[in-house]
Design a protein around this ligand. Structure first.
Ligand code: OMP
Length: 215
């Protein structure tokens, strides 16, 4: 695990973006942890979040023309990331987001911001079963753009329909890289090594055995 990944876990724990307990997921699974990107809810937290994404994008070497933040949680992530790509790395990249409901007056259309053209890097919060991200793939396709890759904060490393993780299935089905700042395995390692929240380890390990991919 790199230093920035440990820092991201600690930063997320500090602001209770990452919490341990009992949570019901969109997929219906009961999870011993939850990552709530909506809690990066002050200027300083959002700036830090943008820096983590910008750093991870820089490391990933994914070549792209435009950042796309899917509604709703991807929108502040994409805007904060675009700001930090410029502030930290001097890269002024176009960014856009989609509306949930298309507008038929005013500027119209589904996409707000820069045109969704060329190779889009999708930035979103979390991939569990991959349902949300597949919907975004369809939006990019419908706009006539291509997906360059996907960047999320957390790869939960849960099985999709078979033995692969949902992220591995997305990579296979769409032929694009899906990268994350941290993954579930690193969260487990962090808890094991730091001893913090260690009371949740039995539930975390049981969850990994039931829904995780074989490592
Ligand atoms: P999938 O569509 O199953 O990949 O779930 C992704 C979505 O689940 C995210 O965009 C969130 O809305 C939500 N989610 C979290 O935000 N954090 C988690 O730790 C887990 C989930 C989830 O419900 O799986």
């Amino acid at each position: 695990m790199h230093d920035y990944q440990r820092e991201f876990i600690e930063f997320s724990l500090e602001h209770e973006v990452l919490r341990f307990g009992e949570f019901t997921l969109k997929s219906g699974r009961t999870s011993p942890y939850f990552f709530n990107a909506g809690l990066f809810n002050t200027g300083a937290r959002l700036a830090a979040l943008g820096r983590f994404y910008a750093a991870a994008i820089d490391r990933s070497d994914i070549d792209f023309d435009v950042l796309l933040g899917p509604a709703y949680k991807g929108i502040p992530i994409a805007s904060a990331t675009a700001v930090q790509l410029f502030e930290q790395l001097g890269r002024d990249v176009p960014w856009c987001f989609n509306r949930k409901e298309p507008k038929d007056h005013g500027e119209g259309g589904l996409i707000v911001g820069s045109p969704l053209q060329g190779r889009a890097l999708i930035v979103d919060d979390v991939i569990t079963a991959g349902t949300a991200i597949r919907e975004v793939m369809d939006i990019v396709d419908a706009e006539g753009a291509q997906v360059a890759g996907v960047m999320v904060a957390v790869d939960r490393q849960e099985r999709g329909t078979g033995e692969l993780s949902a992220i591995q299935e997305v990579e296979r089905d769409f032929g694009v890289p899906v990268v994350s700042i941290i993954d579930f395995g690193q969260i487990v390692t962090y808890v094991e090594e730091s001893g913090r929240h260690a009371e949740h380890l039995p539930a975390i390990r049981a969850y990994r055995d039931e829904f995780g991919i074989a490592s």
